[in-house]
Design a protein. Structure first.
Length: 78
């Protein structure tokens, strides 16, 4: 399975993709991921599971687009 996940950070949202969510989230919390190390505390807001890697990557790409950001703001207000 491939996962697209959304973390709530102190300054907004972080969107990521991983094949091993159980390993990736603790690494974010420990500050081992450079893109979120200075954005802690973090909380897993939601994740989506996909069987196909490219579907997960395409969904992550959508969420990072203007339309995807608008979707996040509408449905996951902080």
């Amino acid at each position: 399975m491939f996962y697209v996940y959304i973390l709530e950070c102190k300054d907004g949202f972080y969107i990521g993709c991983s094949a091993d969510l159980k390993d990736r989230i603790p690494r974010h919390h420990k500050g081992q991921v450079p893109s979120t190390a200075n954005r802690r505390p973090l909380e897993l807001s939601v994740y989506f599971a996909f069987k196909e890697k490219y579907m997960a990557f395409n969904f992550e790409k959508y969420l990072k687009s203007g339309s995807g950001r608008a979707f996040l703001k509408k449905h996951f207000k902080k």
